[in-house]
Design a protein around this ligand. Sequence first.
Ligand code: PHE
Length: 352
Amino acid sequence: MINKLNELKSKAVESIEKAKTVEALEKIDNTLMGRKVGKLNDILKGIKDLSAKDKALVGKLANEVKTVISEKLEEKKKELNKKTLNDNLEKDFIDVTLPGKKIDQGSLNPISIVQYELEDIFKSMGFMVLDGPELESDYYNFEGLNIPEHHPARDMTDTFYIKSKVKGQKSKVENKQVLRTHTSPVQVRAMLKYGAPMRAVVPGRVFRNEAMDASHEHTFNQLEGLMIDKDISIANIIAVMNKLLTGIFKKDVKTRLRPGFFPFVEPGFELDINCLICGGKGCSVCKQTGWVELLPCGMVHPNVLKAGGINSDEYSGFAFGLGLTRLVMMKYGIDDIRHFASGDLRFLKQFS
Ligand code: PHE
């Protein structure tokens, strides 16, 4: 019996040591010390047949074994509990000093960045921001702007003609659709919708059948401006243009105003700015002239006011067609227009 008890003790200690979970310990506890099925009790069943002396000896040893096993179990239980706590803490630990994971975010195209800045500048001067269709009728793109069907001015802006007919449009000319060559068609649309007096800017994409090079693309962006009121003059154009340029470049930019021909303005001007890519020395963007055509403008032609349903004896107005893409190139020193639509992330990420 003594041997059995000693054997049980060493086996028990060994298995307790090996236990990996609290559940495993409980199982060991039950099989060893359980009242009904416990191994210790099994051994002690025979104690009643022993002599009094042996009884005392075995009883003492049995108690010792019991205490050792209980203590071992308790000790191991504590150890395992501590370990699970530590494991859990480790699992849940967040090192707040580590740099965060960067979520890839898109960014605005530089054209949109400058467009929104311009919209803010114009809104502060009481201008509405309007939109117009990119697929435009021949009427609004040309006719309504004083450019009749066979006028040579159409050659300046060769574009993409679409054959489809548009429902509800009656005249032959109106049936023809073009990808708009400029944002100016919204001039007549806006006059018809809002009447006079009126101030509006119209940012948008325009399309031309161009031979592409560093400064020409088939698709680019303009920002049309229109101001109609009583007694509008060239002085108003110049004031607004200056406000626009200083607002965008945040410094004085050298400009020059020269006569320019557009059938929908009279008189018409070209406002050029000193090329900011080469500082005026001459480069591929300014075609070696040192100047960049940026802001064609002029007083709205009476025929256009008429097409917009506005009485030209009472009202006058100015209009401009800012080359938004060019302005962005000047602002950021971008030397090739083809970068904008290239989809090259290395280019786009510079503006995020
Ligand atoms: N629409 C003209 C162009 O794209 C620019 C312009 C607009 C000129 C308004 C005068 C007035 O070339």
